[in-house]
Design a protein around this ligand. Sequence first.
Ligand code: XUL
Ligand code: CO
Length: 434
Amino acid sequence: MTQFFQGIDKASFEGPDSNNPMAFHHYNPNEMLMGKRMEEHLRFAVAYWHSFAWEGGDPFGGQTFERPWHPQDNMERARIKADVAFEMFELLGVPYFCWHDADIRPETGHFDTNRSTLDEITDYFGEKMQSTGTKLLWGTANMFTHRRWMSGASTNPDPDVFAFAAATVKSCLDATHKLSGENYVLWGGREGYETLLNTNMGLELDHMGRFLSMVVDYKHKIGFKGQILVEPKPQEPSKHQYDYDAATCFGFLQKYGLEKDIKLNLEQGHAILAGHSFEHEIATAASLGVLGSIDMNRNDYQSGWDTDQFPNNVPEVALAYYHILKNGGLGSGGTNFDAKLRRQSLDPKDLIAAHIGGMDVCARGLKAAAKMLEDGGLEEALKERYAGWETPKAQEMLNSDLASIAKSVTDNKISPRPVSGQQEILENYVNRFV
Ligand code: XUL
Ligand code: CO
């Protein structure tokens, strides 16, 4: 045991009336909802980068956190960081965690040493996963922080960077496979551009499509059974990112024949940056058959950049889980807290409390969503609204053509009668559950 979380007990469920700030008020892993345990619906994961690698910097100031594993430049401290991380997973009772290579090993500047230190630390993780029962939701490669990635990874004008990216993803996929990861994520932080004046967009998109095909081929070659996911985000750090939102990603995947092999990891904050709601992104992915996993957080509605706060808005979260449940759940995906403390929240206790709060908000949202689905009010209203399409006449029209339809409009004197969309009634309905 390290001393880091000294004095903090394992968080347990005490119910909504408890006034213990370090207990769960709503997250009760064994509570059954729609025939499944709450833990199995939510599949929570802690993000290594925000909780353990981020040092509290912002564009105006550097590190505010002082942790026993700082500075993060050698393997001894990488192991101390891992010891603390696994202690936190146990204190919270989260079943999963997620990492980038750069979060868990020091950056050596060279591919071979980056790979050997990654192998070493993931072996260390393997032992800890065995003894604690914590599982890997997904691994990923950080191909955006180091200066070599400044003009992109697979979309870089320099083929040597493409090669470095391919080798990096190979080593991260190998490590994810070794740890029985259930998914592998690619977020293209620098796969985009700053100015079209120096960018060959068509060439870059072709290279990214080819790169992702190689990732899928390699997954099959090594027998990795996890799901490959790409994560949409519209801007930041690149001014224009190619994976703008769920619909853009789907169009891209379809163009390169990858829509059956790759699904999406959707993030609340990225949805907001793209001018969408989170449930819009979830419903879009679900309707296109590419809903994979979620990064749960909250974005500031005013700032215009990615604030990665812990979620605290139950009505928003409830609608997100409503669309997840309605579409059969997250499968091999989960709820990864891609969320970080505010930089003034210095204490180890803040890290635990932030996750407890986030887990409780998700649990409340999930419970509300399950109740709404079981009650069936929204589904009933939908059914009624589209009932006209269930008639044989309407169905025949879909197999018809414009001229025949036009003739039937004249013959039958069709004159549509507008009906209410009942938005306020439906919003009032939702408010009864959240
Ligand atoms: C960045 C972001 C990443 C991805 C993984 O905004 O969301 O942390 O989730 O690279
Ligand atoms: Co994310």
